[in-house]
Structure formats: structure tokens, C-alpha cells
Design a protein around this ligand. Structure first.
Ligand SMILES: [Zn+2]
Length: 88
């Protein structure tokens, strides 16, 4: 399943997280240290939305059809091996 995410996406996700980190820690006045805007600046909201997109997409796609096909095949193989008289 991890092969579903391209390495390019992971690089972009890493960059977004690193950039978000620069917008997380407000100063004593409650302002973003990078934008100088009040806390939860626009950039932080945009980056958070981007990261959520990256995180949600791979889970949504293979959820319905792919997961059932994989689960069925695995069960079938297991029951066959289990019923074979290989105990001693
Ligand atoms: Zn900011």
C-alpha cells in the first residue's frame, strides 16, 4: 500500500510540514513568527489543508473495492493451509 504514494508526493508533504512548522509557534503577542500575523495565519491554514489532502487521499481510494479483494484472497489461502494434515 505504501507504493501507492509516489515519492514525489512524500517530498511535497515533507516540505509542507517543514513550512508549517515555521508558522506554528506564535510569539508572546500571539502572532506568527514568520508572517507577523495573528495566530493561525492564512499560510498555516493553507498548509494544514494541503497536508490533510496528502494524508486523506491514499486512504480514500483503495478503501472499498481493493481492500475486499485482498481480504478474500488471503482468507482463502489460509483456510486451505489450515485444513491440510501437516501436524505430527
Ligand atoms: Zn504564518
Amino acid at each position: 500500500m505504501t507504493t501507492y504514494r509516489s515519492s514525489n508526493v512524500l517530498v511535497q508533504l515533507g516540505r509542507a510540514q517543514a513550512e508549517l512548522y515555521e508558522h506554528l509557534h506564535a510569539d508572546n503577542a500571539g502572532r506568527c513568527p514568520t508572517c507577523r500575523k495573528p495566530e493561525t495565519c492564512r499560510k498555516r491554514q493553507e498548509l494544514t489543508a494541503d497536508i490533510l489532502d496528502y494524508g486523506v487521499l491514499p486512504q480514500r481510494r483503495p478503501g472499498i473495492a481493493g481492500g475486499q479483494v485482498f481480504g478474500f484472497g488471503g482468507d482463502h489461502n489460509n483456510s486451505r493451509q489450515h485444513s491440510s494434515p501437516s501436524r505430527s
